[in-house]
Design a binder for this molecule. Structure first.
Ligand code: NAG
Ligand code: NAG
Ligand code: NAG
Ligand code: NAG
Ligand code: NAG
Ligand code: NAG
Ligand code: NAG
Ligand code: NAG
Length: 763
């Protein structure tokens, strides 16, 4: 490989697909914060508490039970690797010697503990569940290459490895559905890009003034658009590749050079470059294209390499003139008396909340056993998948359907920058995984942040005014936020899990990052926004799927809707008919009934209720699922890629809990539409899976006898000193320690640390 490309180029490009490139935010936003602190330095107030960006965050002592769901430790991973490499029949290669045509461990994580076993352990002093690893293995050297999933256990003294056997997913997956692998990208460089770079070098230089290799500072980067099996003959794996200028940031500089590669074989030597699409013309092969380029009067593109400077539209460098000449810094957050949450290795506590958390390599951040006032409310809360569906005119844009879990979510959460991505005094949590794409063991710094936030929106207030009965009562909304930001190539998904003092949990997704774009031709007009001369930002739809396993006072819950309609009935007091709104409760008994497709004409509350636990007035206690910003997936229900993400057809689907139905998606979803590895359509009965875009809440609904935030110390009450003379002075009641007075928030920006060592942001 060395003779084909020089190392620095290779690694720069591998970064493109596999490493998070978050630099853009840092450059701009940190520069905003670097303002001298001179003015306040002579104050002598006591310092406020400032959270410290710690590597290990053990401000909460971990008790025996708290790590039961913990991801595999460094040692456990080593035990699994040592054990598997001793199994000669697996013929595994270590990460430094593997290639796409070998067997190797792609990733591993804790095999999810069956719910009943975990509950028995947590609630009934049952036996501690054994720990097993779930190992995803590439088997490129088999006669019929596969991806296999093995269960290896028990940890730490391993005695068995067995193929995972699940009724609800395929555990021996055809090699053509393999998820992204750094070894495949290396092979793409060696066998595909190198070839195009050499035989079409003159075309690329003449057309774009740049090449993908030996290019100095005028380089092209490639992107890959995998084609879902829904659009391919049985047993094929193909992808479109396309070039873009390697400037900040390349996804906004696409070019009109694309080519289709058949990558069916596990041996990259056999990969075949098929169609070439150039300057709006399709050619049947690379030789045909080169021949016509040379000999026929085909249309040719001529564009200049963009000048990289401060004003390049696609760079995140700060622009002039400044929006404002004001020298003041923005507001900041601080904890006057220290944070009120505690983070342990696998547990977070905040006010009445207590929850287990962990980062899963495949699924990202997950919560288990979420309790409020010591009662379990949520057994599991986790993201399942993010799908992105594009439209477009060019061949690659037409096939752009992403299911991002192929990229291993766990490894994409890292590098949160204090003061921008999270308040600088957040508690930052590192994670650790084994993934071949990341050269094996790796610690992911600043993968999660936890902070408390005062939104200054009253959760409740009333001002009773006037001369009689005056009082004021209010409570500001302070919440705990647990945040991850998942960077997948050009997108950055900010996912917040927000815990309220009212017993509500909100899940909020905010999207940022860069657009995915296509080279502009007139025909792209109906598929996106023509933003620059050669660039069209494609119309696309981001769909997020979350799983919420609600346990309302135990696991025996019913799903019901509270349907709001209109009645036209005689007024019982006077004879006229009257039209008014009314509601009725409707149980959903089957999973098919429990599919919610939003309909404006039939508003409803979605409730998970326990009829054996009622209020004093015999109303069942419930939690309500409230969707915000829902989206309708417009493609036909069983068309193409939609078969890989059937959950996108509903806004909510409720299914009965089954351990085997662990996830609604898989790392193969990008490719597997012809025969999905996990088919959510088949999940029948009654756990709780939610589909949503942007945000949803789970709210207590007749769950508490009284809003628990009535007990919050943050409340303020103002009453007249003398009820009969409300205008003549009032007593302000507070329940926090305001009397401690003022303190000076210490500045704890990461700038100095990053100046010395920036691995936490850029690796
Ligand atoms: C839990 O089980 C252990 C033995 O398995 C026993 O010694 C202990 O007393 C039990 N604790 C409770 C609270 O039942
Ligand atoms: C695993 O083996 C070691 C050494 O053989 C032993 O000390 C340890 O108790 C074993 N652990 C378990 C959980 O069996
Ligand atoms: C998987 O389990 C089922 C029943 O539990 C069994 O019939 C089947 O043979 C198993 N398959 C494999 C590959 O072990
Ligand atoms: C070449 O470009 C001209 C002018 O834009 C256009 O009319 C013609 O159809 C193009 N030819 C092909 C083969 O696309
Ligand atoms: C930056 O580059 C653009 C062209 O891309 C050019 O028009 C502009 O003058 C340049 N600005 C500076 C400050 O060099
Ligand atoms: C929405 O509900 C109304 C009233 O029940 C019904 O007439 C209509 O067909 C529904 N629309 C869809 C798309 O299901
Ligand atoms: C409710 O309680 C009754 C009596 O205790 C019991 O028979 C029934 O199974 C319970 N139902 C549920 C859904 O828990
Ligand atoms: C930089 O920091 C990382 C942890 O963030 C550490 O692993 C590494 O050794 C540090 N490098 C240097 C040169 O200090």
């Amino acid at each position: 490989m060395k003779n084909i490309m020089d190392g620095s180029v290779r690694w720069k490009w591998l970064c493109l697909m596999f490493f998070i490139l978050d630099l853009v935010f840092l450059v701009v936003l940190v520069s905003i914060w670097v303002i001298k602190d001179r003015q306040i330095s002579h104050f002598t107030q006591p310092k406020c508490y400032t959270g410290i960006v710690e590597e290990a965050n053990d401000n909460l002592e971990t008790k025996d039970n708290d790590d039961v769901i913990a991801q595999l430790s460094h040692d456990e991973i080593n035990h699994v690797m040592d054990y598997l490499h001793k199994q000669k029949d697996l013929n595994l290669k270590r990460v430094h010697e593997a290639s796409i045509s070998n067997s190797f461990v792609h990733a591993m994580e804790l095999h999810t503990i069956p719910k009943q076993d975990l509950l028995n352990f947590l609630d009934n002093n049952g036996t501690r569940p054994i720990r097993e690893a779930k190992v995803i293995m590439f088997r490129g050297d088999l006669a019929k290459p596969l991806i296999e999933e093995y269960i290896v256990g028990p940890l730490p003294n391993i005695t068995y490895h067995k193929l995972a056997n699940s009724s609800s997913k395929t555990t021996q997956v055809p090699y053509t559905l393999r998820p992204f692998s750094s070894f495949e990208f290396m092979a793409i460089y060696k066998y595909v890009i190198a070839k195009v770079a050499s035989v079409a070098r003159h075309v690329l230089l003449e057309s774009y003034g740049a090449t993908p290799m030996k290019c100095n500072n005028r380089c092209l980067r490639f992107s890959m658009t995998p084609i879902s099996s829904a659009f391919l003959p049985v047993g094929k794996r193909k992808a479109w590749f396309w070039f873009a200028y390697d400037v900040e940031f390349y996804t906004l500089h696409p070019l009109d050079f694309q080519f289709l590669v058949d990558m069916t074989s596990s041996n990259p030597v056999e990969w075949e470059i098929q169609n070439v699409w150039y300057a709006k013309q399709l050619f049947q092969s690379l030789p045909e294209f080169l021949d016509q380029y040379k000999c026929k009067p085909i249309n040719k593109t001529r564009i200049e390499f963009p000048t990289e400077n401060q004003t390049l539209f696609s760079s995140l460098e700060s622009r002039n003139p400044k929006l404002s000449e004001l020298p003041q810094r923005p507001p900041r957050m601080f904890y006057p008396d220290g944070p009120r949450f505690k983070v342990g290795r696998n547990i977070i506590e905040y006010m009445s909340w207590k929850m287990f958390f962990r980062m899963s390599a495949t699924a990202g951040l997950q919560f288990f056993n979420v309790r409020f006032d010591n009662e379990r409310i949520i057994y599991e809360l986790s993201m399942q998948e993010v799908a992105v569906m594009y439209s477009g005119y060019t061949p690659a844009a037409r096939m752009l359907y992403y299911a991002d879990s192929a990229a291993l979510y766990g490894t994409r959460n890292r590098g949160l920058v204090p003061s921008v991505d999270c308040p600088e005094n957040s508690q930052f949590v590192n994670t650790h995984f084994y993934s071949a794409n990341e050269k094996g063991h790796r610690t992911y710094e600043n993968a999660i942040c936890v902070f408390e936030l005062n939104t200054y929106l009253p959760v409740r207030r009333h001002r009773a005014y006037g001369r009689i009965g005056a009082f004021y009562g209010g409570l500001t909304t302070t919440v705990m936020v647990v945040r991850t930001i998942t960077s997948v190539i050009n997108y950055d998904y900010v996912v917040d899990y927000i815990f309220y003092q009212t017993g509500t949990v909100e899940v909020k997704v905010s999207l940022t990052g860069y657009l995915g774009t296509s080279f502009y031709y007139k025909e792209e007009d109906s598929y996106g926004a023509h933003l620059r001369e050669h660039m069209n930002a494609g119309l696309h739809n981001h769909l997020f799927h979350f799983k919420v396993d609600l346990d309302v006072k135990g696991t025996k819950n019913r799903f019901e809707t509270l349907d709001i309609g209109v009645e036209n009935e005689p007024d019982p007091w006077f004879n006229e008919n009257q039209i008014q709104q009314k509601y009725e409760r409707n149980f959903k008994t089957s999973e098919m009934e429990a599919i919610i497709k939003y309909n404006f004409s039939t508003p409803k509350y979605l409730l998970v209720s326990n009829y054996n636990h009622t209020t004093m007035e015999h109303v069942p206690r419930s939690y309500r699922i409230q969707l915000q910003g829902i989206s309708k997936q417009l493609l036909p229900q069983d068309y193409g890629f939609v078969n890989s993400v059937p959950w996108s057809n509903y806004q909510v689907a409720i299914t009965r809990h089954r351990d085997s139905e662990e996830m609604s998606s898989s790392i193969y979803s990008m490719w597997d539409a012809a025969d999905p590895v996990v088919n959510f359509r088949k999940y029948v009965e009654d756990d709780e899976n939610i589909v949503d875009e942007l945000s949803f809440f789970v709210h207590p609904f007749n769950y508490f006898d009284e809003d628990p935030s009535m007990r919050s110390n943050d409340a303020v009450r103002i009453v007249p000193k003398d009820k009969s003379k409300p205008l003549e002075g009032a007593v302000v009641e507070r329940y926090t320690s305001e009397q401690r007075g003022t303190c000076l928030p210490e500045l704890s920006l990461p700038d100095k640390m990053l100046a010395e060592n920036s691995t936490s942001v850029f690796t």
